[in-house]
Design a binder for this molecule. Sequence first.
Ligand code: ADP
Length: 277
Amino acid sequence: ATVTPIRIAEGRRRPDFLLVLLSNKTEVVRIERMRADFIANASHELRTPLASLTGFVQTLLGPARNDEVNRERFLKIMLEQGERMARLIDDLLSLSRIEMKSHVRPDTVIDIGEIVQHSVNALLPLAKSSGTSILVHATDRPAMVRGDWDELVQVMHNLIENALKYGRAGGTVDVSIRFEDGGDGQPGVAVSVKDDGPGIDAAHIPRLTERFYRVDVSRSRAQKGTGLGLAIVKHIVARHRGRLSITSEKENGSVFCVWLERATVTENLPALELKEE
Ligand code: ADP
């Protein structure tokens, strides 16, 4: 750490006060490096589909100008690359939006069961296409938390979508909601998403929430992944002052669990308006 004293009120015999700036150079350097790495990675990820798009345009304008057979195939690849760029940009924007609001804790009272149901419904077509079943175990009473509806939907969507993409085709994805106190006895709600896929090597687990970290890049690309899904999950959970845990057993699937502080149902609900008959 460096200490930089700055003298105020120059010219007087004794300064009125002294402003001392404390900064941890190592931390500043680390953050700067992370930012530079992120920009380099993001540029590389965007450049790859862009290079492919430009290449196909050149081919269609040049050697394949009259190639009726390949035209449609090339155009389909170009469309996929364009969609890939759009997904990357959407995820990058999501990340930066969440980061900008990271110091504010969202506090709408929400039933996490509704969030899960909403996310599962949106993913039923994907589950159907891989022959995977989604089982939901809900609580007998509403499990209320404080949060942001869209962000919590994004968390559940990303975790269930990953379980479908990287789990076993034809297998089962288990989503269960339960009341669970935090380590400090704080009442909470835990939602776990479990698949019965090949699992993840222990060495990869601590790095999964890093931006652009993928266990198998070609598998992720084939599944239309951007490598940003779990980074987004981590940031949203942190903004909600929650916790994310990942456990996995080789050949036995993975469990991604989100814990959020529980809200008591009556809190912040709009007051009932009593009308005189
Ligand atoms: P992607 O867009 O590649 O899916 P994510 O950030 O969502 O990016 O996930 C990062 C990586 O973590 C994935 O590429 C995949 O290798 C691994 N992963 C995520 N969820 C699972 C899962 N349920 N089972 C096995 N691997 C997973």
